[in-house]
Design a protein around this ligand. Structure first.
Ligand code: CAA
Length: 379
């Protein structure tokens, strides 16, 4: 692997950093406190090409590739992880239509999603089907030339603001994962509604909702791929999504490091700054080392994706390591702040809360270990 960034990758990284510093970072604590979804910021990010970074320009994307996507997402998440997950899921929602959609579906749905004109969402999880999506109960029944969908999806990122949803539903009873199919569902379709809007511990500038499908009518031409392809379509999307969450975790980890480092350089106890104490130096050393390792794992997964090589295992390794590291890093960074880190309205307190979900969503750490072990044993 060539570790140097191309000129274009470096430019996009700087552009994302500059944008995040001016348009996100100064407002992030307020959005968190008031639970504000800053739609105008997402529009600006769309104009920078951040919503369809792995999609060709002919379908509305900016076609910068997975490495550049990771670099940009790290910068956005550094400033606010809530905007980071919104961007990550917007990119994730493009992938199934690009890979499995018909030309008509790509023109109708992918172009507005990848250009960021419309926000996308991905509906897999249900109350009884989290780590085990093959046990899902949402049903899709074909009647004449349309599917009728019934069921409830939960924890749907972008739920309130997305007009286009990728929904996985069961088309064959008793078929396990082979009985699942994927659909493109528009929020205006009859029988579609948003249920509970979640009040989350962190990522409060992002929207997380229930999606209720009550005899929701979906035209037959909105089936993605073939009936029975739903599980594979979801897993393929999540492979890329996991590079996104690893990148989001990295951005937050770097923010924790900068916060802790700057505090340790100015806070004095026993007549010297905290940075002079070996206990603090070791914490900072561990944080920096984990960030470096997570960066290389994440870029390696992105590198393989850009080469069109298999990257399932590497994406799971990157997501597992970056998210678990982030949670240790946030713990240590807050420890360096002492009591001040426990008080609201500090960036480190927000980072500590934002970090927690990264080992849970888009596959828990336990699921990542299943994927890595199976790929390693080839079982
Ligand atoms: N790509 C393509 N196909 C894949 C695949 C992949 N990455 N992984 C599995 N498959 C295929 C397998 O080849 C297999 O195909 P065949 O039946 O033809 O042999 C089929 O899918 C079934 O695979 P498994 O036997 O491995 O399936 P499993 O039921 O044992 O599940 C699992 C494996 C890894 C646990 C999987 O269920 C999983 O990843 N679970 C976690 C789900 C998840 O991440 N949920 C998060 C939802 S999104 C979210 O968090 C919200 C948000 O908006 C941020």
């Amino acid at each position: 692997m060539d570790y140097s960034l191309s000129e274009e990758q470096h430019l996009v990284q700087l552009m994302a950093r500059d944008f995040a510093k001016k348009s996100i970072e100064p407002f992030a604590l307020d959005w968190d406190k008031k639970k504000i979804f800053p739609a105008h910021v997402l529009k600006e990010m769309a104009s920078l090409g951040f919503m369809g970074m792995m999609i060709p320009e002919s379908y509305g994307g900016s076609n910068t590739g997975a490495i550049t996507y990771s670099l940009a997402l790290q910068e956005i998440a550094y400033a606010d992880a809530g905007i980071g997950v919104t961007m990550s899921v917007a990119n994730l929602a493009c992938e199934p239509i690009y890979k499995f959609g018909t030309e008509a579906q790509r023109i109708k749905y992918l172009i507005p999603l990848a250009s960021g004109e419309k926000l996308g969402a991905f509906c897999l999880t249900e109350p009884g089907a989290g780590s085990d999506p093959s046990s899902m109960r949402t049903k899709a029944v074909l009647k004449d030339d349309r599917y009728i969908l019934n069921g409830t999806k939960i924890f749907i990122t972008n739920g309130e603001y997305a007009p286009i949803f990728i929904v996985i539903a069961r088309t064959m009873e008793g078929g396990g994962n082979r009985g699942l199919s994927a659909f493109i569902v528009e929020k205006d379709q009859p029988g579609f509604s948003i249920g509970t809007v979640e009040d989350k511990m962190g990522l409060r500038s992002s929207s997380t909702t229930e999606v209720i499908l009550d005899d929701c009518i979906v035209p037959q031409e909105n089936l993605l791929g073939k009936e029975g392809d739903g599980f594979k379509i979801a897993m393929t999307a999540l492979d890329s999504g996991r590079i996104g969450i690893a990148s989001q975790s990295l951005g937050m980890a770097r923010a924790c490091l900068d916060e802790a480092k700057n505090y340790a350089l100015q806070r004095k106890q026993f007549g010297k700054t905290l940075s002079n104490f070996q206990a603090i130096q070791w914490m900072i050393a561990d944080i920096a080392t984990h960030i470096n390792a997570a960066y290389h794992l994440t870029l390696h997964a992105a590198f393989l994706k850009d080469l069109k090589e298999p990257f399932t295992k590497e994406a799971s390794m990157a997501k597992l390591f970056a998210s678990e590291s982030l949670n240790q890093i946030a713990y240590k960074a807050l420890q360096i702040f002492g009591g001040y880190g426990y008080i609201k309205d500090s960036k480190i307190e927000k980072l500590y809360r934002d970090a927690r979900v990264t080992t849970i969503y888009e596959g828990t750490s336990e699921v990542q270990r299943i994927v890595i072990a199976r790929e390693t044993f080839l079982i």
